[in-house]
Design a protein around this ligand. Structure first.
Ligand SMILES: Nc1ncnc2[nH]cnc12
Ligand SMILES: [Zn+2]
Length: 352
């Protein structure tokens, strides 16, 4: 039997960046529309004859200076306006999946925001078919398993969420879960109590953004009212000791996104990020990219920059990867296989 705890300590500090890049990992929190790179936005705008209010890729990239979540969302929704055809959704997802494979992501659960597209007259089927086809190809051609989670936009009404669910139900075999995203403050989870109850009856996995900018109370109500299985972000939970105890005891996964938190000014510096505190308290915290095209990094960049800034260790790297498998919506046998790959990777680095 391998002595894992000594193996995790035996990795020399100068090998940590290579280990972070090489270790197998799952991504549980990324918005596929947030993977649209400026170059692809321009290419799709030209292909579809859509005009965008930026003269060049550089000018668009310069606009990515955010002060909070809303300042980002305004640009993010504008960027998504170039997506019209099934092939557009496929191309966007495929570009992300290739990047994920390069970062040794073995499994990804991708959020999508159908209301952003159906409000512009794009059919639900166009959105889901394009994304789903990329997921199928990712398994076959990249060896990456990929699944979709449909998110309701919380700045819109519950009635709109119900209508969106109705439109998506004929395609229910193509997504595994339901999430809640967009402007958090002023839109508490309980606004969506009834539609989440319906999604639960239908057998979907449930997640929600909570405690990104919003208070710990939103994390409580995501758990108790919406009955979600994971909390997206959740970094504000450290302000509530009772909540921290509950999250640790129930091993509720928190899908933390360090570069997103930095770019949206949730933390003033990456060095002040509370990821280490969440791990030390025994929470099932994970690292994720959120909207990688907008926040300056995909998975490995999130790991590398966060570890460099906060001094997290190889043992914590192992814990984060293990947490990502634990928190994923796959069967136990698949999780066990990924854990073996993770341990093999650490054993290799321990020897080198
Ligand atoms: N970080 C984030 N928070 C809430 N909604 C989002 N939609 C895309 N990224 C988001
Ligand atoms: Zn998010």
């Amino acid at each position: 039997m391998t002595d894992l705890s000594s193996m995790q300590h035996d990795i020399p500090a100068d090998r940590l960046p290579a280990l972070l890049a090489a270790m197998p990992k799952a991504e549980l929190h990324m918005h596929i529309e947030g993977s649209l790179e400026p170059e692809l936005i321009f290419a799709l705008a030209q292909r579809n004859g859509v005009s965008i209010p930026y003269a060049s890729v550089e000018e668009l990239r310069r606009a990515y200076a955010f002060t909070n979540l809303q300042s980002f969302l305004d640009i993010y929704y504008a960027g998504a306006s170039v997506l019209l055809k099934e092939q557009d959704f496929y191309d966007m997802a495929w570009a992300y999946l290739e990047r994920a494979a390069a970062d040794n992501v073995v499994h990804t659960e991708m959020f999508f925001d159908p209301q952003t597209h159906t409000a512009r007259g794009v059919a639900m089927q166009t959105v889901i078919d394009g994304l789903h086809r990329a997921c199928i190809d990712a398994q076959a051609r990249l060896g990456v398993s990929a699944a979709l989670i449909l998110c309701f936009l919380r700045h819109l009404s519950e009635e709109d969420a119900f209508a969106t669910l109705e439109q998506a139900l004929p395609l229910r075999d193509k997504f595994i879960g339901i999430g809640l995203d967009s402007s958090e403050l002023g839109h508490p989870p309980e606004k969506f109590a009834r539609v989440f109850a319906r999604c639960r009856e239908l057998g979907f996995h449930l997640v929600a953004h909570a405690g990104e900018e919003g208070p710990p109370a939103y994390v409580w109500s995501a758990l108790d009212v919406l009955k979600v299985e994971r909390i997206d972000h959740g970094v504000q939970s450290t302000k509530d000791a009772e909540l921290m105890k509950r999250l640790a005891q129930e091993r509720i996964p928190l899908t933390v996104c360090p570069l997103s938190n930095l770019k949206l000014c949730v933390f003033p510096e990456l060095a002040q990020h509370n990821l280490g505190q969440l791990l030390d308290a025994g929470l099932c915290a994970t690292v994720n990219s959120d909207d990688p095209a907008y926040f300056g990094g995909y998975m490995n960049e999130n790991f590398l920059q966060t570890f460099a800034a906060t001094g997290l260790t190889a043992k914590q790297a192992w814990q984060l990867a293990a947490n990502s498998f634990e928190g994923s919506f796959v069967d136990a046998a698949t999780k066990a296989r990924w854990m073996e790959r993770l341990n093999e990777c650490f054993a290799q680095f321990g020897k080198a």
